[in-house]
Design a protein around this ligand. Structure first.
Ligand SMILES: Cc1cc2nc3c(=O)[nH]c(=O)nc-3n(C[C@H](O)[C@H](O)[C@H](O)COP(=O)(O)OP(=O)(O)OC[C@H]3O[C@@H](n4cnc5c(N)ncnc54)[C@H](O)[C@@H]3O)c2cc1C
Length: 288
C-alpha cells in the first residue's frame, strides 16, 4: 500500500507525484502509455526549452525526474476503482491501494459512433458496470468492447445478470474470455428499442435481445473511472473545486480530465495543486 496513487503518467500525474513524493509520501504512478504527448511532435509553448522539444522527450524527462526522486512507476492499464476506507485501483497488473488518489488520465476518448448509442444513453446504454449492474439483475446484457476493460466490466456484471455477451463490433478479442460469457465479433449495425434499448442488430442481419449495453471500448476513460466511486462528472469532465478536490474525500483530479484549457502548462499547474492539497488532506486526517 502507498500513501498516494496517481493514475496517469502525463504532465498532470507526474507533476502531482513530484509534490507528494517530496513531501515524504510514498507515491505510485500508474500509466499505460505516453498519453496525449505521444501524438505531439513539436512543443514550443511550454516554459524552459530553448529548442523545440517533442512530446515523447518531454514525457520521458518527466518520468526520469519522478524516478530519480523515488516515485514508483507502474506500467499498467487501470480497469476499475473501489473506495471504502481506502482507494483500491484495479489494473491489468493486479490491485494497488492507497489512502489518497489523484486521477490524471487526460482527455476522454470519443465513444464509438453506432446508430442508437447516443439516443439510448441512460435508457439502457451505460458507461459503468459497478454503478448500474443492480438495475439489470436477472436480465440479459451486452458489453461493447474487445479487451481488458470490456472483460473487467463483463465480470462485474456476471454475478447479477442472467447473461453477458461481449460484442466486439468487428474487433478480434484481445483477451481470453471465460466460457460463461458469450462473444459476438460481427460488426454492429444499430442499437434499437422503444423507451429503452432492447436489441443489438448486427450487419449480417442477426440480432440479440438485451436489456442494457455497457460501453467499455478501448480503455477506461477519466469519467468512467471517476463515476465508479461516485465522483461528480459533467460530460467527460471531472468536477473539481479550486484545490482540485472532487466530491469524494481524498480523491483529486488534474490535467485534461478536468476540462478547460487542454495544455501542458495547465496540466502541470493542476497536478502541482492536486499533489499539494492531497498532502495537506492526508496530514489532517493523519493518514500519512
Ligand atoms: C496532437 C497534439 C498536440 C498538442 N500540442 C500541444 C502543445 O504544443 N502545447 C501544449 O501545451 N499542449 C499540447 N497538447 C496538449 C497536451 O498534450 C495535453 O494538454 C497534456 O498532455 C495533458 O496532460 P495530462 O497529464 O492531463 O494528460 P495526458 O498527457 O494525456 O496523460 C494521460 C495519462 O493517463 C494515462 N491513462 C489514461 N487512461 C489510463 C488507464 N485506463 N490506465 C492507465 N493509465 C491511463 C495515459 O497512459 C497517460 O499517461 C497537444 C495535444 C495533442 C493531442
Amino acid at each position: 500500500m502507498s500513501d498516494v496513487i496517481i493514475i496517469g503518467n502525463g504532465p498532470a500525474g507526474i507533476s502531482a507525484s513530484l509534490y507528494t513524493k517530496r513531501a515524504g509520501l510514498t507515491t505510485t504512478v500508474i500509466g499505460k502509455d505516453y498519453g496525449a504527448l505521444q501524438k505531439t511532435d513539436q512543443i514550443d509553448n511550454y516554459y524552459g526549452f530553448s529548442e523545440t522539444i517533442t512530446g515523447t522527450e518531454l514525457l520521458e524527462n518527466g518520468l526520469q525526474q519522478a524516478k530519480r526522486l523515488g516515485v514508483e512507476l507502474v506500467s499498467a492499464e487501470v480497469l476499475g476503482l473501489d473506495y471504502d476506507t481506502q482507494f483500491t485501483v484495479k489494473t491489468s497488473q493486479g490491485d494497488f491501494s492507497a489512502a489518497g488518489l489523484v486521477l490524471a488520465t487526460g482527455a476522454q476518448r470519443t465513444a464509438p459512433r453506432i446508430p442508437g448509442l447516443a439516443e439510448y444513453e441512460g435508457k439502457g446504454v451505460s458507461y459503468c458496470a459497478v454503478c448500474d449492474s443492480y438495475f439489470y439483475r436477472g436480465k440479459d446484457v451486452a458489453v461493447l468492447g474487445c479487451c481488458d476493460y470490456a472483460l473487467h466490466e463483463a465480470m462485474e456484471l456476471l454475478p447479477l445478470v442472467n447473461s453477458v455477451t461481449i460484442v466486439t463490433n468487428g474487433e478480434t478479442p484481445g483477451v481470453a474470455i471465460p466460457s460463461d460469457i458469450q462473444v459476438i465479433t460481427t460488426p454492429i449495425q444499430e442499437f434499437v428499442g422503444e423507451d429503452t434499448i432492447n436489441r443489438v442488430l448486427f450487419q449480417d442481419g442477426s440480432q440479440i435481445s438485451v436489456a442494457g449495453i455497457f460501453i467499455a471500448v478501448g480503455v477506461a476513460g477519466s469519467s468512467d473511472l471517476a463515476r465508479k466511486i461516485g465522483a461528480q462528472t459533467q460530460g467527460n469532465k471531472i468536477m473539481v473545486d479550486d484545490t482540485m478536490a472532487t466530491n469524494i474525500p481524498g480523491f483529486y483530479a488534474a490535467g485534461d480530465c478536468t476540462g478547460g484549457m487542454l495544455q501542458i502548462a495547465k496540466a502541470v499547474y493542476e497536478g502541482a495543486q492536486a499533489g499539494t492539497q492531497l498532502v495537506k488532506y492526508l496530514r489532517k486526517q493523519k493518514k500519512a
